[in-house]
Design a protein around this ligand. Structure first.
Ligand code: GDP
Length: 364
């Protein structure tokens, strides 16, 4: 599955957000730097009203949403790449995520200590980015030294890796993240194996005061500007509000949200922004037993999409009976869509689209 790491300086609201996301008390929020020591891992259902509509039409007994994993990664401080604070552990945990949700403190509160003694999200972002860039430069230099040996042995993969490492190093030395490098399709695999920290897409999460959740504030505006300049994602959230919302039932949530002037929970926006950032989309399998959502990357072909369900589906793939979501709804189900000529039979080269309702046929 897809994993998103929540990072940020101590006391910016990471644990509060993580708790709200996962509705557990496991990651205890406390007004004390370094309170999150072990990475906390939580799985979150991806909210998707389409799934509920499909299940209602098909009379599915069970609804199974797709899931995204959040990892609350221990607080990073200045000097982490040198092993300060919980630095090294932080760096190891962050290598394993697909994307980074970078929480920035955009709220003023005299009772909550700020590690740097002042609220300034742009400079907080820079502290963390600098640590990640230093860590990447050090790991690149170590790898280049190791690769030198393999190159003598004529290892082809090592040649590609060396080229990529040198490109990344040049970018970092010029103050740019590894993400700024254009990587060809052929190099994708070698590139992802390098697991560089600054090669991961970033979603900035502005944690604002309760009263500013709808409109944001001057700080979150500045972060939005920075995010656009970097091609990064951006959401405004009040972690405190999300924490309260997570304790309400669905009906109460709607009332609470409209009182606050919000259309939907910030967490839904956060998850959607994460999806967009990672280039993810959803397809559905629908039947009387269950209606289920599955996550794939954009551009995934039908056999690989089937492989998300089970490896055998991919290996023995024959074809996929496909109904677009809108056609399924318009036809009031599979039979109606079929009658209207909207059921397509797609083969191995079909690029699955967001919202497709699929039925795979395969050789067992
Ligand atoms: P972490 O160290 O980044 O995980 O931060 P925590 O989630 O533990 O939050 C640190 C403190 O800030 C806790 O006392 C939270 O209740 C408080 N806090 C978190 N979000 C907000 C917020 O939006 N507004 C205010 N006033 N306090 C917050």
């Amino acid at each position: 599955g897809f994993r998103m790491g929540i990072v940020g300086l101590p006391n910016v609201g990471k644990s509060t957000l993580f708790n709200a996301l996962t509705k557990t008390a496991a990651a205890q929020a406390a007004n004390f730097p370094f309170c999150t020591i072990e990475p906390n891992v939580g799985e979150v259902a991806v909210p998707d009203p389409r799934l509920d509509r499909l299940a209602a039409i098909a009379g599915s007994r069970q609804i199974i949403p797709t899931r995204i994993t959040f990892v609350d990664i221990a607080g990073l401080v200045k000097g982490a790449s040198k092993g300060e604070g919980l630095g090294n552990q932080f760096l190891a945990n962050i290598r394993e995520v697909d994307a980074i949700a970078h929480v920035l403190r955009c709220f003023e509160d005299g009772d909550v200590t700020h590690v740097e003694g002042r609220v300034d999200p742009l400079s907080d972002a820079e502290v963390i980015e600098t640590e990640l860039m230093i860590a990447d430069m050090e790991s690149i230099e170590r790898r280049l030294a190791n690769i030198a040996r393999k190159l003598k042995g004529g290892d082809k993969e090592a040649v590609a890796q060396e080229r990529l490492l040198k490109q990344a190093l040049a970018a970092l030395e010029a103050g740019q993240p590894a993400l700024s490098i254009a990587v060809s399709e052929d190099d994708r695999k070698a590139w992802s194996m390098l697991q560089l920290l600054t090669a991961k897409p970033v979603l900035y999460v502005c944690n604002v005061a309760e009263s500013e959740a709808a409109a944001g504030n001057a700080w979150s505006d500045k972060v939005a500007h920075m995010a656009r300049a970097q091609g990064a994602g951006h959401v405004v959230i009040s972690a405190r509000i999300e924490e309260e919302i997570s304790q309400l039932d669905a009906e109460e949530q709607q009332m609470f949200l409209s009182e606050m002037g919000l259309d939907e929970a910030g967490l839904d926006r956060l998850i959607r922004a994460g999806y967009a950032l990672l280039g993810l989309q959803t397809y559905f399998t629908v039947g009387p037993k269950e209606a289920r959502a599955w996550t794939i990357g954009k551009g995934t072909l039908a056999p690989q999409a089937a492989g998300v369900i089970h490896g055998d589906f991919e290996k023995g793939f024959i074809r996929a009976e496909t109904i677009a979501y809108d056609d399924y709804i318009a036809g009031k189900g599979e039979a109606g869509a079929r009658e209207a000529g909207k059921l397509r039979v797609e083969g191995k080269t079909y690029e699955v689209r967001d919202g497709d309702v699929l039925h795979f046929l395969f050789n067992a």
